[in-house]
Design a protein around this ligand. Structure first.
Ligand SMILES: [Zn+2]
Length: 182
C-alpha cells in the first residue's frame, strides 16, 4: 500500500470564515439525522465555533467522524450504493474535483493530505470485507489517512478514471485551504 499526497478541490458558496467556524465540511447525509433535518442542523445554535458538527446528540464531531467510518464499511459491503451516488449525486457525500479547473463557481477550497491508496479489492481484503466486489466498481481507488479505519479521519473514494474524489468522511478544517474565488 502506497502513501501519496492527495489533494482535491471544491467550489462552495460558504466563505472561509464560515467553513472555519463550522470546523470544515460535513457530509449532508449525516446532518439529516439532526432534529429538523439538514435545515435544522444549519439553523442550530448549539455549536462550538471551529468544531465540526454541533453539540446535539448524533451530530457531534465524534459522531460525524464515526459516521464516516461506518459509512465507508457499508459502501465496501455494498459498493453499488456509491455507484448510485456517482450517477445521481443524491447520497449526500462531499464531492470534490481532482482538477482545480472542474469545480463549481464560488469560494475555492483545496483539501486533502497524505493518504494511503488502495484498489477497491485491496481495501476489501485489508479491512476484511466479506462481500465480493462487483465488476462494476473495478478500478475504483480508496483513500484513508491512516492504516486503520479507527484512526482515520479522511476517507475518500474515486471511481474508475474518475475526475472526482468523493469524501465519505467529514473533512476537518485543518485539511482545508481557501485558494480563491471564481
Ligand atoms: Zn445541533
Amino acid at each position: 500500500m502506497a502513501q501519496r499526497a492527495m489533494y482535491s478541490f471544491r467550489g462552495d458558496t460558504r466563505d472561509d470564515a464560515t467553513v472555519r467556524d463550522h470546523g470544515g465540511f460535513a457530509p449532508k447525509f449525516m446532518l439529516e439525522k439532526h432534529a429538523g433535518g439538514f435545515d435544522g442542523y444549519v439553523a442550530c445554535g448549539n455549536k462550538t465555533a471551529r468544531r465540526l458538527g454541533c453539540n446535539c446528540p448524533g451530530t457531534t464531531e465524534a459522531d460525524l467522524l464515526r459516521g464516516g467510518r461506518n459509512e465507508f464499511l457499508k459502501i465496501m459491503e455494498k459498493p453499488i450504493n456509491l455507484q448510485a451516488h456517482v450517477m445521481f449525486n443524491k447520497a449526500g457525500y462531499i464531492s470534490t474535483a481532482l482538477n482545480a479547473d472542474e469545480t463549481y463557481a464560488g469560494h475555492q477550497y483545496r483539501m486533502g493530505g497524505l493518504m494511503y491508496e488502495y484498489s477497491i479489492q485491496e481495501a476489501a481484503a485489508r479491512f476484511r470485507i466479506a462481500a465480493k466486489i462487483p465488476g462494476l466498481v473495478n478500478g475504483w481507488r480508496v483513500y484513508l489517512d491512516h492504516v486503520n479505519i479507527g484512526q482515520s479521519e479522511l476517507i475518500a473514494i474515486t471511481p474508475r478514471g474518475g475526475v472526482e474524489l468523493t469524501f465519505i468522511s467529514p473533512v476537518p478544517y485543518r485539511y482545508i485551504t481557501h485558494v480563491g474565488f471564481k
